[in-house]
Design a protein around this ligand. Sequence first.
Ligand SMILES: *Cc1c(COP(=O)(O)O)cnc(C)c1O
Length: 407
Amino acid sequence: MVSYVSHLECAFSGKKYEPGLIHSVSEEGKPIIVKYDLKAISGSVSRLDIEKSKDPGFWRYSPLLPVSSKRNRVSLGEVITPIIELIGSSQFIGAKEGNAMVKDESRLPTGSFKARGLGLAVSMAKELGIRHLAIPTNGNAGSALAAYSSRAGIRTTVLCPDNTPEINVRETQMQGARTHLVNGLIGECGKIISDGKSQIDWFAVSTLREPYRIEGKKTMGLELAEQMGWDLPDVIFYPTGGGTGIIGMWKGFQELKSLGWINCNLPRMVAVQSTGCAPIVKAWEEGREFAEFWEGAETISSGIRVPYALGDFLILEAIRSSRGFAISVSDEETIQMQKEIGFRDGLLLCPEGAATVAAYKNALESGQVSSEEKVVLFNTATGLKYPMPDVYSRIDKENVDFSTFTN
Ligand SMILES: *Cc1c(COP(=O)(O)O)cnc(C)c1O
């Protein structure tokens, strides 16, 4: 097996880089992305080949992925994540029945969609002979990196701000990463890693600072298209932090279109952020090409607590060229929606996922989205990783008051 990668290029300047070598960011300090020989793919691979693939989860899209030897694929049993219609909560949201769907990424290894990006990044690290990976993280990226690296026999160092949710720090350590808490923000953890490069032979897999995580995240879009019968929804709501998912899906849709595997209109891409950290929303509202650093970022949705995104211009480009928009919701709205969806539909969303539903509800009310449009909301991780309210009710087994159960 060989890959169909033609070359790599800077997503900002278009300058080309050679595949098969280790790359971080471009000379301009911008993300490097992977380009494929799409002609060669369409000449030798069909949609039917993909549909018949026996490879686990996103590995079925291998012709559109950069790993050139099957031996280097690092897998923990990935699955195709289900698309679940919101039924019990659709009226509450104001959605038309059948038009509101959740793509539930919580079913992936380590309980979040970070498995896609880091599964790919670790596989490419293995292919390129990298022996030590390092990452600054607020949570789910650390555990996904730890799990895939341990599986591949690659040493991993994870630096977390000391306010990272405890469960994320512990699961990361339990999956084999050297895990450290830092009295600083994620950017400061990243600085330690870049400062350490001259002394420690580690490679940083920070968001968009290497070319391959985005290729993994792209598979969310490929998978969605295949699941919908090579069709796509009208609108996608995506909780946006570093933006690899929105950028990756948008890249994937262009590739599918070039291959002639889809003919539909592309979805409007909606970036959802928290009012406590909304640099992309601000930049979109002001019509800017780049986003400014967000001071004092604070939200319970730790996956989207990202004050500065290296790929800001790519996120904004995906939103604009898809005629989408960016929208923020408060933590109160998010917490309330998480509860509503749990109560009404039996889905325990992560706060980031609940934020997309809250944003959808608001967008229906404001008319930014119509109830006639088919919408897919991304639940990016399992709600089990986050703090939940206490249970207060106590029953004394010697003295049961049965009226308790009818209240
Ligand atoms: C990382 C993360 C996000 C943000 O993902 P990006 O694609 O980098 O914008 C959203 N939700 C959760 C749960 C995350 O862990």
